[in-house]
Design a protein around this ligand. Structure first.
Ligand code: DLL
Length: 443
C-alpha cells in the first residue's frame, strides 16, 4: 500500500511546521508512543540504577509494555529524585555524550540539574520552533526574547527554537525594561517571548515613556513559565496589541515547548510524539477520567540524557482529546490553574494565587501588579492582598472595599486589602513573586 499524501486527505502542509507529525492520525500517534515508551524504559533500565530498581519493584523489570494504558503500572518520578541524586544520578548519559546542563535557581537547597545530549537539544529546538509556528510566528520574523538566559531553560530554549524557525533572534534576556521597549520598536519585533508578568511590565514602562506598543510591529506573544489567567491574557492583548499565546514546559521534562497553544488560543497542544501525558488524582495517584482536573504527569518518549518516567509535575490541569479546529491531532492541555504544591490553604479554604489574580485583573482602578502576604495571627491564617492603584488620584478606600468584596464573593476567603501607590508593588524581571508566605513552617 502506498503512502497517502497529505494533499489527498485535505491537509494543507503550509499551516504546520511539522505537517506529518502534527496531523498524524491518533492511532498512528498511539503506536508511535508505545514504541517510543518501550525504548525509553529500556534506556532508563539499562542506564539509571534508581529507575532499574523501581522498574524491578513494579514487576516490569526489563520487559515491554503491551498497551499504553499499562503506563499506569509504571512507578512515578518526582522533583526530589533530582535533588536526592544530585547532580547526575538520574542521568542515562555521561560526558562526553552530554551537550548541555540546565538547573533550577536553587532557592531551596541544592538546584535540580537537568541534562541533554545533542540529539535532545535538536528535538527541543524542533519542538520550540513548532510551538512558535503554531502560535503564528514565521520565518523572517524579528523575535524579541526576554526570557532569562542562563541556567533557566526559558532563554536558551526559546532562542534555539526561534533560530530553528528561521527567525531573526534578539537575545535580550530579562531586565533593562526601558531599553527593551526601544529595541522592540527600533528592530520591528513581531514576536515577543517573555513571562506574562514581564510582558505587562514592558507594557507599563512603554506607557510611561509615551510609547504606544499597540502601534508597533508586535503581533504574537509567547507567554509562559508561570500561571496566568484569561483576564490577564485580555489585559496583555489590549495593552500590547498582539495575540497572547500560552506556552508550557518544565526543565525536568525539557524546557519551554512541551506544549503550546495554536492561533485558536483554545488550550495548549501537548506534543505527543515526544511526550506521554496523563492526569492523575494527586491524593491517590490513580489516573483520572478524560477531562477531569488533576495533576499532570508526563513521560518523555525521546529524551536520551534524562528519560523521565511518569514525572509528577504538580501542575493542575485537564486534558482534552477532541480534535482542534486547527487540524492538529495532538491533545490539548487546558490552562494550568496552579500547582498542587503552591495551593494555599487559608482558614481551610484552598486558594490558588491565580484565582485571586483573575479577580484583580478584571477590576477597574487597579494596575495588574499584586502580592499575597500570608501571616499567622494567633492560630489563624491571615491573608493580605497588596494591590496597586492605577493612578495616585483614585479613592483608595473605595478601591479597597471593592477588592475585598470581590475576593470574598468569588474566591471565598476574607482578605485584608492594602492599596499601594502606583509603582510600589515590586516588579518582576522573570517569574513574578506573587506570594510571601510568612507563616511559621510546619515541622
Ligand atoms: O518555566 C519553562 C518555560 C520557560 C516554560 C518559558 C514556558 C516558557 P521551570 O522553571 O522548570 O521551566 O518551571 C516549570 O513553571 O511546572 C509550571 O508550574 C510553571 N509553568 C510553566 N509554563 C507555564 C504556563 C519553565 N504556561 C514550572 N502556565 C511548571 C502555568 C507554567 N504555569
Amino acid at each position: 500500500m502506498g503512502a497517502i499524501t497529505m494533499a489527498e486527505v485535505g491537509i494543507d502542509a503550509r499551516r504546520f511546521f511539522h505537517p506529518q507529525q502534527e496531523t498524524m492520525p491518533r492511532e498512528r500517534l498511539a503506536a508511535l508512543q508505545l514504541a517510543r515508551l518501550n525504548a525509553t524504559l529500556a534506556n532508563a533500565y539499562a542506564n539509571v540504577p534508581v529507575q532499574r530498581k523501581r522498574l524491578d519493584a513494579a514487576g516490569i523489570g526489563a520487559g515491554r509494555i503491551e498497551r499504553l494504558a499499562d503506563v499506569a503500572r509504571l512507578p512515578f518520578s518526582v522533583k526530589t529524585d533530582l535533588r536526592d541524586h544530585y547532580p547526575f544520578g538520574m542521568f542515562a548519559r555521561k560526558s562526553p555524550d552530554l551537550a548541555r546542563l540546565h538547573a533550577s535557581s536553587g532557592t531551596t537547597g541544592k538546584p535540580t540539574v537537568v541534562g541533554y545530549t545533542q540529539n535532545d537539544l535538536d528535538h527541543w529546538s524542533e519542538l520550540m520552533a513548532r510551538s512558535l509556528f503554531a502560535a503564528g510566528a514565521r520565518r523572517g520574523d524579528v523575535i524579541h526574547n526576554a526570557y532569562g538566559y542562563g541556567l533557566f531553560t526559558g532563554g536558551l530554549g526559546a532562542h534555539a527554537g526561534a533560530e530553528r524557525l528561521g527567525g531573526v533572534v534578539v537575545p535580550v534576556s530579562g531586565g533593562s525594561t526601558e531599553r527593551q521597549v526601544a529595541l522592540i520598536v527600533d528592530f520591528g519585533a513581531r514576536v515577543l517571548c517573555a513571562t506574562p508578568s514581564y510582558a505587562l511590565a514592558i507594557a507599563e514602562v512603554a506607557e510611561q515613556q509615551g510609547v504606544d506598543l499597540r502601534r508597533s510591529a508586535l503581533a504574537v506573544g509567547m507567554f509562559g513559565a508561570e500561571p496566568w489567567s484569561a483576564a490577564m491574557r485580555r489585559e496583555i492583548e489590549s495593552r500590547l496589541g498582539l495575540r497572547a499565546v500560552d506556552i508550557y514546559g518544565l526543565s525536568e521534562i525539557m524546557g519551554p515547548g512541551v506544549a503550546c497553544e495554536c492561533e485558536r488560543q483554545d488550550g495548549l497542544h501537548g506534543w505527543e510524539d515526544h511526550f506521554l501525558f496523563e492526569v492523575i488524582d494527586p491524593d491517590t495517584g490513580k489516573p483520572l477520567p478524560e477531562g477531569e482536573a488533576g495533576e499532570l504527569v508526563i513521560t518523555t518518549l525521546t529524551k536520551q540524557a534524562l528519560p523521565m518516567i511518569r514525572y509528577r509535575t504538580r501542575d493542575i490541569t485537564r486534558l482534552a482529546r477532541e480534535r482542534c479546529g486547527c487540524g492538529r491531532t495532538h491533545l490539548r492541555i487546558r490552562r494550568i490553574t496552579g500547582r498542587n504544591d503552591d495551593m494555599l490553604i487559608i482558614r481551610g479554604v484552598n486558594v490558588y494565587p491565580s484565582q485571586i489574580e483573575a479577580v484583580l485583573v478584571g477590576l477597574p482602578g487597579l494596575a495588574p501588579h499584586y502580592q499575597l502576604v500570608l501571616e499567622r495571627h494567633g492560630s489563624l491564617d491571615a491573608l493580605t492582598v497588596e494591590v496597586e492603584a492605577a493612578s495616585g488620584e483614585g479613592l483608595f478606600s473605595e478601591i479597597q472595599k471593592h477588592v475585598s468584596h470581590h475576593i470574598k464573593s468569588r474566591v471565598g476567603v476574607t482578605a485584608t486589602v492594602v492599596v499601594k501607590q502606583p509603582g510600589e508593588v515590586p516588579r518582576s524581571q522573570g517569574k513574578a513573586v506573587r506570594v510571601r508566605d510568612l507563616r511559621p513552617k510546619v515541622t
